[in-house]
Design a protein around this ligand. Structure first.
Ligand code: NAD
Ligand code: UD1
Length: 354
């Protein structure tokens, strides 16, 4: 990583900077001496003193101030004001709604926020001559895998069964069209596999509102006593132990992937649109994750085998070689560190940021 004492030229605008991936990426950006401006509409943040609590804690963690504005990416005037106030060189775009289940209930809100909001952002970037974007995408754009491991050449958009997944795919397509229309636009789309864990300090982490949908936060809430037991969704998949297999990636590895993407996109030879998988290339079953968590926490995690969750697939894991060769990035942390850091965060903050 290009950390050093010298500040990088230009300001990195981080949308959705108060969120889980955003706040962990801001830590790495500040540690590597990037100037950062974070914006967020606070729709999925605990707030204190008018700022996401995650970013107050990032300030404690890094000893640096985080420049923050409450801005909604659907509001062009507010966005334009930020671009006029700061010399922004690149945008890392996290802001989005991200619940698969909710997206099937309120699809228009997902299209308005994720697709409409991104379109607005790109228009304001274009108007202000900022044409360098790192986008938060997801393995969900691959739909049902035709072959494993998933490489970046696997078709996208086919078999995206829910509105959330489609918004991730549509925004990638907008990025490709921008790069076709304007040769000076550059877009790196990072397709995350399953981000988990927390900063090793235990000061920031994932704080889902309500009942967690995802596996790791659910397990940790069982371990801390907030939930009675984990429901294991399906035990008859064609996998090593019948439970679903995923490619879990530690959140700080994921965050560092964004710095590598910034280095790539800032190199004069980089042109157009390119997607990269961010994963470890290894799959773990639900029961393997549960056992690793029990080991890391020293707590028993009660579970019941129940029916499959509609829409789930048996197995999903990445081929992460393109990021290795092109970004000089590899995920370094293993499942034990993912569980240890999740537990450290949960144990220090039983009620998250509140
Ligand atoms: P998050 O909800 O913790 O963070 C998103 C942030 O964006 C929140 O703080 C929210 O308040 C903000 N936001 C939402 N709509 C906004 C708007 N219109 N204007 C301004 N701010 C807005 O989610 P996350 O897990 O940090 O995810 C970040 C990005 O990564 C999302 O784009 C998500 O789709 C993508 N992603 C996440 C995962 C994952 O498992 N966490 C996996 C794949 C992709
Ligand atoms: C989910 C999203 C996906 C998103 C990803 C990362 C769905 C259908 N997909 O993927 O779009 O990109 O999160 O945020 O929501 N499991 C249980 N019990 C639980 C929760 C999960 O057994 O209480 C199992 C699931 O069946 C799956 C595995 O754990 O086999 C991982 O699930 P989860 O953490 O929700 O991630 P994905 O479904 O892979």
């Amino acid at each position: 990583m290009s950390s050093g004492t010298k500040q990088h030229p230009g300001v990195i605008l981080v949308t959705g900077g108060g969120g889980y991936v955003g706040s962990h990426t801001v830590v790495e950006l500040l540690n590597a001496n990037y100037a950062v401006v974070a914006i967020d509409n606070l729709s999925n943040c605990q707030v204190s003193n008018g700022k996401p609590e995650s970013l107050n804690r990032v300030e404690k963690l890094t000893g640096k101030k985080v420049v923050f504005y409450e801005v909604d990416i659907r509001n062009k005037d507010e966005l334009d004001r930020i671009f006029k106030m700061h010399k922004i060189s690149n945008v890392i775009h996290f802001a989005a709604l991200k619940s698969v289940g909710e997206s099937t209930q309120i699809p228009l809100s997902y299209y308005e926020n994720n697709v409409g909001g991104s379109n607005n952002l790109f228009q304001v970037m274009h108007d202000n001559g900022v044409k360098s974007l790192v986008y938060s995408s997801s393995a969900t754009v691959y739909g049902i895998p035709l072959a494993l491991p998933l490489t970046e050449t696997h078709p996208t958009g086919q078999g995206c069964t829910n509105p959330y997944g489609k918004t991730k795919y549509f925004v990638e397509e907008i990025g490709k069209d921008l790069c076709s229309a304007y040769p000076d636009w550059k877009v790196v789309s990072l397709r995350y596999f399953n981000p988990v864990g927390a900063h090793p300090s235990g000061i920031i982490g994932e704080d889902p509102s309500g009942i967690p949908n995802n596996l790791m936060p659910y397990i940790s809430q069982v371990a801390i006593g907030r939930r009675d037991f984990l429901r294991v969704f399906g035990s008859d998949y064609d996998t090593k132990d019948g439970t679903g297999v995923r490619d879990y990636i530690h959140i700080t590895d994921l965050a560092i992937g964004h710095l590598k993407a910034l280095e790539k996109i800032s190199s004069p030879s980089f042109k157009g649109f390119q997607a990269f998988n961010l994963g470890t290339g290894r799959g773990y079953s639900v029961l393997e994750v549960l056992k690793a968590f029990e080991k890391a926490s020293g707590r028993k995690v009660a579970y019941k085998l129940v029916d499959r969750r509609p829409g789930d697939i048996a197995t999903c894991y990445s081929d992460a070689n393109l990021a290795k060769t092109e970004l000089n990035w590899v995920a370094e942390k293993d499942i034990d560190e993912m569980c240890r850091d999740t537990w450290n965060w949960q144990n220090n903050n039983p009620n998250g940021f509140s």
